[in-house]
Ligand binder design. Sequence first.
Ligand code: CMP
Length: 141
Amino acid sequence: MAIERTLSIIKPDGVERNLIGSILKRFEDAGLKVAAARLSHLSQQEAEGFYAVHSERPFFGELVEFMTRSPVFISVLEGENAILRNREIMGATNPAEAAEGTIRKDFAKSIGENTVHGSDGPDTARDEIAYFFPSSQVYGG
Ligand code: CMP
């Protein structure tokens, strides 16, 4: 199986509730390694750029407002099948549909405040990692 990298964000609702350690533990227990990480209070421009693919969606304004409300914890996770593995650990976007034992089932309040983001495929992972981290700040391997 391939070693992949994926971008993970612990969103404002997760950081505000002091869940960084609990969430990282789930990734580490599943064999994913943190290859880069930082806390960041996103500007409106950064959040709009990151979610540009959703700019025409009715929830875009609400999404940007939420993501800029307070700091987020951004990381690169590395491991076998990291993109899919991370998505399995997170659970469905809508916590009402998330499987038992997933981060969103256990911690998320709503589809808007759903605690974590993870890249949805190889192309997005590459672009999202590059959006936040120059390659010199990713320590995988
Ligand atoms: P995320 O995986 O970060 O990618 C886009 C985000 O948009 C998604 O998680 C949700 O937080 C948010 N989102 C998706 N659908 C809705 C919706 N119907 N209402 C509000 N926010 C949404």
